[in-house]
Design a protein around this ligand. Structure first.
Ligand code: NAP
Length: 449
């Protein structure tokens, strides 16, 4: 019976597991989906914004795969630290597919970046998503104005969450501490700032438009700043998604401020130069005005602009992290591979595969992981004969335990879900996420594997 381990239970891991079940070359395959956390779903649980219920509901599709009788979820299993090395995992399974995503964030590399009040969007998202590794910080205390650097979909997410009121956030599964901090509504203005022009922004139009629907919030765009982009005057040469973005921004730029209590300002052609402190924390973000070049890049103009702010979130993309014992290309934060086969010293390493962001970099929407996983599964199926030539393997569960791991099974995860539902009931809310390692472990232990 072929046995495959999938490391990571986010969308790429679960789509990989689903693909493996469909492969006739793998016969009666059994798939163990391992995760460092006792909770499944990766970025669907810990990245998708809590107010995006429709995308969150993708969990139901992922759940169906993880509840298949040929699949076993084993949470609380950390590969790459201690005794559970990739080499040890290879001994326990015919094949291992790493779907470990891109867990780190990129930096701005400007002076003042480490001041109090300067965070990565990833840290902020982890906080309001109740990630158990999150630093317990009140990101928005005494914040009147926040600056978000970057104009991708994560920047839109954090801008929207900063601007929403308690009434809307209360309906989500956001942990109570983040809800009361964010819901107090003290953040009056959020400036979301791109270093290039509106035609080069990475956000998608649906997400952009949503900013214009937030209650008590107005979106302001300076038409003169938009006009610095040559494509603003004539967007006809742009691909349709960028053209639609320009249309939305043009509409907003024609509006006059109406004095609503919350403001989102979309800014362009400003690149961060320095973060200046005031009373030991972020006080002002200094930008250099940029100008577009003919090849779609930007050049500095030497003119600077300062935005007073007490919170800076850099939302400039994710970055893959090396896993001890697995090859890694630090230049782009991915594992070297050919069609999903991990390369060691330039040659395909038998039985080791990658899928998702650690394979192709942190781009694309959740659905992009489907074809990516499919390609990897196809490679694995092509190799099946060689992989299965190893015959019977030791019991993987015993092997994992002997390597110092205490796996949490599906029943443990369901116990966490029940604990989150009763926490929510006690607070007069729907399910509320638990973000504390000990509480998660205690709940999971009530339903042993
Ligand atoms: P992203 O789409 O790559 O956007 C990164 C942004 O940071 C870009 O505007 C980029 O500008 C800017 N940037 C990079 N380095 C910078 C620097 N040193 N200084 C100033 N700006 C800098 O990344 P993301 O927003 O983290 O999203 C990651 C992926 O997740 C994307 O594929 C996204 O679509 C997806 N996602 C989707 C959703 C959704 O569908 N609702 C939600 C969240 C995330 P340049 O273009 O100039 O480099």
């Amino acid at each position: 019976m072929p046995r495959v381990a999938v490391v990571g239970s986010g969308p790429s891991g679960v789509y990989t597991a689903a693909g493996l079940l469909e492969q006739s070359a793998l016969g009666q395959v059994r798939v163990d989906v391992l995760d460092r956390l006792p909770c499944p779903y990766g970025l669907v649980r810990y990245g998708v914004a809590p107010d995006h219920e429709k995308i969150k509901s993708l969990q139901n599709n992922l759940r169906r795969v993880l509840e298949d009788e040929r699949v076993r979820f084993l949470g609380g299993v950390e590969v790459g630290t201690g005794q559970l090395t990739p080499a040890r995992l290879r001994e326990l399974y015919h094949a291992v597919v790493y779907c470990i995503g891109a867990a780190a964030d990129r930096r701005l590399s400007v002076p003042g970046e480490d001041l109090a009040g300067s965070w990565s969007a990833t840290e902020f998202v982890s906080w309001y998503s109740a990630h158990p590794d999150s630093l317990a910080a009140d990101f928005v205390r005494d914040v009147d104005t926040a600056v978000v650097v970057g104009v991708g979909n994560v920047a839109v997410d954090v801008t929207r969450i900063l601007s929403r009121g308690v009434r809307e956030l209360r309906a989500t599964d956001m942990p109570e501490a983040a809800l009361s901090a964010l819901g107090s509504g003290h953040v009056r203005e959020v400036q979301m700032v791109g270093r290039r022009g509106p035609s080069q922004a990475r956000f998608t139009t649906k997400e952009l438009r949503e900013l214009g629907t937030l209650p008590d919030t107005e979106v302001l765009v300076d038409p003169a700043e938009l006009a610095l982009d040559p494509a603003f005057h004539d967007p006809s040469g742009l691909p349709a998604p960028q053209r639609r973005n320009i249309e939305v921004l043009r509409g907003w730029s024609e509006r006059r401020p109406t004095g609503l209590p919350h403001v989102i300002r979309l800014r362009f052609f400003l690149r961060p130069a320095e973060i200046l402190g005031a009373r030991g924390r972020v006080g002002t973000v200094r930008f250099e005005r940029t100008a577009p070049t003919a090849d779609g890049r930007i050049t500095g103009t030497g003119v600077h602009e300062e935005i007073p702010a007490q919170l800076l979130l850099r939302s400039v993309g994710y970055r893959g992290l090396a896993l001890e014992g697995l090859p890694f290309d630090p230049a782009n934060g991915t594992v070297p591979h050919v069609a999903g086969r991990v390369l060691r010293d330039g040659a395909a390493s038998p039985g080791e595969y990658v899928a998702g962001w650690i394979k192709r970099g942190p781009t694309g929407v959740i659905g992009s992981n489907r074809p990516c996983a499919k390609e990897t599964v196809h490679s694995l199926a092509e190799d099946a004969e060689d992989l299965l030539a190893r015959g019977e393997l030791p019991d993987p569960l015993e092997g994992l335990r002997a390597s110092g791991q205490s796996p949490v099974g599906w029943a443990g995860w369901r116990a966490i879900e029940r604990a989150e539902a009763s926490l929510g009931t006690s607070l007069g809310r729907g399910p509320v996420k638990i973000g504390d390692w000990q509480a998660l472990r205690d709940a999971a232990r009530s339903a042993p594997l």
